[in-house]
Design a protein around this ligand. Structure first.
Ligand code: FEO
Length: 406
């Protein structure tokens, strides 16, 4: 069902083939590239999609508008997952006018060879009329690139939000959250679908947009003036029912607000740091502390970053490796630092063979990131044992800290 309303039509596609988004982030549930037509006396296309789906995309567009032409192509965001079919659209609709922010212009020239004459540059609150309705543009730089803007259709209280409020996860439950239904291979039931997309929105935000929390806060303040009844983002469902929940999640994540709990991330060479991690996870569970465990020997850092944003305490385990941190764990810590997450408590542990270094380096990185160290951490030599690592005591320190700050 592509008809979101009489005037708004969904012409996006699902990508179930790609395994890594941006070449980095896993896609266990696929991803959608959303594109919308606003059909009025004039027709606007909001964003395009990634390459590889040309035939399906054109069929969808033709199915909606037949032989009519598209007057405007609104570029909310220049990243190629939304602009890859721009040249194709120009070939098919040579009279189309590209509508974009000033900061998009050099990118339109660089990526697609456009000239100034091809682009209608819009600034904050500029609008275009399609006949019975207007589209108004609001600049939202750095959500997620500097040229980013959102498009407001006041006649239907609809926000075309680009990456903002987007999620991983192909649209297998229906296009809009007002019509979620289950399909084989996905979590069943509309509540499960909602929670899957909220998880995938958290992962999308933490992996891709999270570094720009201040910019997200500025954008949220701007759109707070709008009476939003529908969010059409560039990835994931159209939000019509759970708008407050979706905006609330973005607000909490961009303010670094977290739930009480632990994101426990570790890597291990010969299993000793892994045993310490399992022991601590068990003790946290006994103490009633929510804990999400991520083993970087077998996992991409994507899920660990999601839970860094979700939980108030980050616990990291690494053996000493070449006088430093085990490489997958070090990569995770660099990703943490780059996101400038604030207001997290931190604890480190890890094994060593002849010189303890990993915990010291982890603590230095966490301190530089502005985290609060719960104590100096635990470095233990050689094999893991309960005597060397009193994880029951550590779990109690973490529980007490969470309780104090909740
Ligand atoms: Fe969906 Fe920033 O691209």
């Amino acid at each position: 069902m592509s008809r979101i309303s009489d005037r708004i039509r969904y012409v996006g596609v699902n990508d179930d083939e790609k395994s890594l988004f941006e070449g980095v982030w896993p896609l266990p549930f696929g991803i959608s590239y959303n594109s919308y037509l606003v059909v009025d006396k004039k027709i606007a296309l909001i964003d395009t999609i990634d390459e590889g789906f040309e035939k399906e995309y054109l069929e969808k567009i033709k199915g909606e508008i037949g032989s009519r032409v598209i007057d405007y192509l609104v570029i909310n965001h220049m990243e190629p997952d939304h602009t890859s079919l721009l040249s194709l659209m120009l070939d098919i609709y040579p009279g189309i006018l590209i509508v974009a922010s000033e900061r998009a212009v050099p990118m339109l020239k660089g990526y697609y060879g456009l000239t100034d004459d091809d682009v209608l540059v819009v600034r904050d609150r500029d609008h275009i009329s399609l006949g019975s309705c207007d589209l108004t543009f609001h600049m939202t730089p750095m959500v997620h690139w500097p040229e980013t803007m959102v498009t407001w259709m006041n006649a239907e209280k609809t926000l075309f939000s680009g990456d903002a409020f987007g999620s991983f996860g192909a649209l297998k439950h229906g296009i809009s959250d007002s019509a979620f239904k289950c399909e084989c291979g996905f979590p069943h039931g509309k509540d499960d679908a909602f929670s899957m997309y909220m998880d995938e929105m958290t992962r999308y935000y933490s992996n891709i947009v999270g570094k720009y929390g201040n910019a997200v806060q500025s954008a949220l303040k701007k759109i707070a003036l709008l009476e939003i009844k529908r969010i059409c983002s560039a990835h994931g469902p159209v939000w019509e029912k759970q708008i407050d929940e979706v905006i609330g999640l973005y607000d909490r994540m961009s303010r670094n607000e977290a739930e009480p709990g632990v994101c426990l991330v570790f890597g291990s060479m010969y299993g000793n740091t892994a045993e310490a991690a399992r022991s601590l996870a068990d003790e946290l569970a006994v103490a009633g502390v929510p804990v999400a465990v991520h083993n970087l020997n077998v996992e991409n850092i994507s899920g660990a970053l999601r839970d860094l944003y979700r939980y108030s305490t980050l616990v990291v385990g690494s053996p000493t490796y070449n006088g430093g941190i085990f490489p997958p764990v070090e990569a995770f810590m660099h990703a943490v630092s780059a996101r400038m997450v604030r207001h997290r408590s931190f604890f480190a542990f890890g094994s060593y063979s002849w010189a303890a270094a990993s915990v010291r380096h982890l603590n230095e990185m966490a301190s530089k990131a502005g985290f609060t160290l719960l104590n100096e951490g635990i470095s233990f030599p050689h094999a893991y044992s309960r005597e060397k690592c009193n994880m029951k005591a550590i779990a109690e320190i973490i529980r007490a800290n969470i309780s104090e700050n909740s």
